[in-house]
Design a protein around this ligand. Structure first.
Ligand code: NAP
Ligand code: GLV
Length: 312
């Protein structure tokens, strides 16, 4: 059998670590770097991140598209995407670990009142601040998928009062499950810190808006580690300025890089992180892709295939 060929079509991401990782986990895989694809008919698989529009439809023997990210809207937004070719989202232990670290970091920072200590330090003010007990800190995770579930479990292990909101009901030990449109308001009403880990779809775009932010209790915190288009930025600014929302940590933005004159950069209640809450780690992710290619080659169904109708 001829060696399988994977085309690396990831804009802005260094290919070398991927080449090394594939060499280790699937030495028989030939990796070509776009735009030097050679004969388009040779390409079996594509690893895509913001791939050039139209590229995928030009590959007549494509068997599967692997998204370099967990979010796949960057692939689905290509209107020339060939129908019927499976799109596989990224599930990577390294990415999951990164997101768990990030969410714990943000929740603990607010829980232990670090922003207030930073203000006090600037004023040379010595003031011990009592944190809440973790069981009195109500954290809410929007999206209880691969990443949300791992974050929720780690927060439960630290003793936080954790709830989730998802499309379908969930059973995760220690996590109160809310679901569907009817579950959103009760979920928000009981959430002191909301963490967005939803995929970006027609149903979730702009989900953090004036109405949903108002449904959070006074003094709540917002952590968005999903996509910028989940959040109506002006609505968050208004809620921060009115004092209803106490602070926000934002890793993702409607326009990336965040424009230099954007009010988030200098807002005293906003922490800006440049879309690196969790990054796909070639060392661990290449292994998942290699295992999935082997599944395909041996006639088993691919794992983590996106439902194009749902958009995730
Ligand atoms: P996933 O496993 O596909 O999980 C998605 C979750 O969202 C599921 O629990 C799903 O509910 C829920 N959901 C989807 N549509 C919904 C709706 N309309 N209402 C309520 N719940 C809905 O995704 P994942 O791997 O955890 O990744 C989540 C997202 O994180 C990605 O799509 C990406 O945008 C973002 N991300 C960001 C970074 C970063 O660095 N900032 C890194 C990685 C990923 P059901 O289970 O009931 O279907
Ligand atoms: C990063 O944003 C991802 O979707 O993996």
């Amino acid at each position: 059998m001829a060696s399988p060929v994977l085309l690396y079509a990831c804009t802005g991401i260094e290919p070398e670590p991927w080449i090394d990782a594939f060499r280790l986990h699937m030495p028989e895989l030939e990796v070509r770097l776009w735009p030097e694809a050679g004969n388009p008919a040779d390409i079996d698989y594509v690893l895509a991140w913001k791939q050039p529009p139209g590229l995928l439809q030009a590959l007549p023997n494509l068997k599967a598209i692997f998204s370099l990210g967990a979010g796949v809207e960057h692939v689905l937004s290509d209107h020339t995407l060939p129908a019927g070719i499976p799109l596989v989202r990224m599930v990577d232990p390294g990415l999951t670990t990164g997101m768990v670290e990030f969410v714990l970091l943000c929740v603990l920072r607010y829980h232990r009142r670090l922003p207030e200590h930073e203000i006090n330090q600037k004023a040379h003010r010595w003031q011990a601040l009592t944190p809440k007990l973790p069981q009195d800190q109500r954290v809410g995770i929007m999206g209880l998928g691969e990443l949300g579930a791992a974050c929720a479990q780690s927060l439960v292990a630290l003793g936080f009062d954790v709830a989730s909101w998802s499309r379908t009901p969930k059973l995760v030990a220690g996590v109160k499950s809310f679901h569907g449109p009817a579950g959103l308001a009760p979920f928000l009403n009981r959430t002191d810190m909301v963490v967005c880990l939803l995929p970006l779809t027609a149903d979730t775009e702009n989900i953090l808006n004036a109405e949903t932010l108002a449904a959070l209790p006074q003094g709540a915190y917002v952590i968005n580690a999903a996509r910028g288009r989940h959040l109506v930025e002006e609505d968050l600014l208004a809620a921060l300025d009115s004092g209803h929302i106490a602070g926000a940590t934002l890793d993702v933005f409607r326009h990336e890089p965040l424009p230099p004159d954007h009010p988030f950069w200098s807002h005293p209640k906003v922490t800006v992180i440049p879309h690196c809450a969790a990054l796909t780690q070639p060392k661990t992710a290449a292994r998942t892709i290699a295992d999935n290619i082997r599944r395909y080659q041996s006639g088993q169904p691919l794992l983590y295939v996106v439902d194009p109708g749902r958009g995730y």
